[in-house]
Design a protein around this ligand. Structure first.
Ligand code: UD1
Length: 420
């Protein structure tokens, strides 16, 4: 298994360009199943999750070609079930359920795996499919959804922790080919949902309200091929902004969407990070000494759970006390014990982490547990004195395009160590 070897303590300087958003591209690729005509998706990041999704689409019978950052999918003839082992590997694969049901009126999808953050149920996805008329059976690790007629419905998709991002995507993708009107209440407002609605509309779907808690979909008989460019990855951009701040560097981030990052940028400013926004560019550097801030993760437009671990690293290098509360995924604190190995002082009290920041971090071998926790360990390694080895970085390769290369471009001393 590959690992990353980081010699920390070097302030990052220079320019970096953000890739297309992982969380947008997976549902976009799934949406190509809704038409027999070819679809072209551009600005696709080179990630193992994208390769998995390409393999899943192929295993369903679609013809997928990947050239540079462009993926072309032609799902002329597809079947309602794919390769169990592939789908099990990636939680994002659940978003093929909606398009398969929409197109074929039948979907058989294995219950997904992926990051180990909490139990991650799919009850809301299933509630949505049922509301559209699907009969569900769960057996041997599979969900089977089938119906003769898919009929529009009023669906409330709010759960215990608020709306569901992929659940909203799934219901939207099934409803575009249902008969009549579907209204999703408590829909996720994330930019990735808006990007998907945009692509579906380009394919001929009739959708209004995406980006708000109420989305209305008027079903159409069929969709056609379309071309689309994926939105920039707001989580990657936030990770690089925090990398600049934790190393006391000076970094210009190109190709970002600052308007998708307001909660993160606001907290960074409160903590003493200077941020200049100009169009799609962010210039990030520290503005004197850092100040502790409290952070609570929330659905969009609140502070994203996917940046919680990275923000915690910034707070560990900030003198003072801060409280970071996780409201979306209950067990998303796996990075805490590894950060402690680098010298961080963090205690967990229920859904909150109390960070006593300011103690210098020192390098150590650490183990990555999920995607964003891995990013946090890399940031901590960049800030720590001495050498940090981040093991199990396959998590990182799922969601960050060439992160080691991009960080090296900013002057970081980071090497990928390949195990023979
Ligand atoms: C997506 C993102 C992930 C991000 C998360 C929250 C992708 C590929 N992944 O995941 O990076 O961390 O949004 O912003 O886009 N829930 C239920 N029942 C369900 C579905 C979800 O109770 O059927 C709960 C979850 O356990 C969690 C909350 O709802 O507490 C939000 O989860 P959800 O928005 O569905 O996350 P994902 O879409 O899986």
């Amino acid at each position: 298994m590959d690992s990353l070897l980081i010699k920390g303590g070097v302030p990052l300087h220079g320019e970096v360009t953000i890739s297309g958003a992982k969380n947008a591209v997976l549902p976009l690729m799934a949406a190509t199943l809704l038409t027999a005509e070819p679809c072209v998706i551009r600005r696709v990041p080179d990630l193992s999750d994208v390769q998995f999704m390409a393999q899943i689409l192929s295993s369903l019978g679609a013809k997928v070609t990947v050239k540079d950052d462009t993926v072309t999918v032609r799902a002329a003839k597809i079947k309602p079930f794919g390769d169990y082992d592939l789908i099990r590997k990636m939680r994002g694969s659940i978003c093929i359920l909606g398009p398969l049901l929409g197109r074929l009126r039948h979907a058989r999808v294995s219950l997904p795996g992926g990051c180990v953050i909490g139990t991650r149920p799919i009850d809301l996805h299933l509630k949505g499919m049922e509301a559209l008329g699907a009969k569900l059976t769960i057996e041997n690790g599979y969900v089977d959804a089938a119906t003769k007629r898919l009929v529009g419905s009023d669906i409330f998709l709010g759960g215990r922790a608020g709306p569901t991002v992929l659940g909203t995507a799934n219901v939207m993708m099934a409803a575009v080919l249902a008969e009549g009107v579907t209204t999703i209440e408590s829909a996720a407002c994330e930019p990735e949902v808006v990007d998907l609605a945009f692509f579906l509309t380009e394919m001929g779907a009739r959708i209004s309200g995406a980006g708000s808690p109420t989305i209305t979909i008027t079903g159409v008989k069929e969709l056609h091929g379309a071309e689309h460019s994926v939105i920039p990855d707001r989580i990657e951009a936030a990770t690089f902004a925090i990398a600049a701040a934790v190393t006391n560097g000076d970094v210009t981030i190109h190709g970002a969407r600052p308007d998708h990052m307001s909660a993160v940028l606001d907290k960074l400013k409160d903590s003493g990070v200077h941020i200049d926004r100009k169009g799609l560019t962010l210039h990030v550097r520290r503005n004197g000494s850092l100040k502790p801030v409290d952070v609570t993760t929330q659905p969009y437009a609140g502070f994203p759970t996917d940046v919680q671990a990275q923000m915690m690293v910034l707070m560990t290098v900030t003198p003072g006390l801060s409280i970071i509360s996780e409201r979306i995924f209950e067990s998303r604190f796996m990075h805490v014990s590894e950060l402690a190995r680098l010298g961080a002082e963090i205690s967990i009290e229920g859904p909150s982490a109390i960070v006593k920041g300011g103690r210098p971090l020192s390098g150590a071998p650490v183990m990555a547990s999920d995607l964003r926790a891995s990013a946090a360990l890399v940031l901590a390694g960049l800030a720590a004195k001495g050498e940090t080895q981040v093991n199990r970085i396959y998590h990182l390769d799922r969601g960050y395009e060439r992160i080691d290369q991009k960080l090296r471009g900013l002057g970081a001393r980071i090497q990928r160590v390949q195990e023979k």
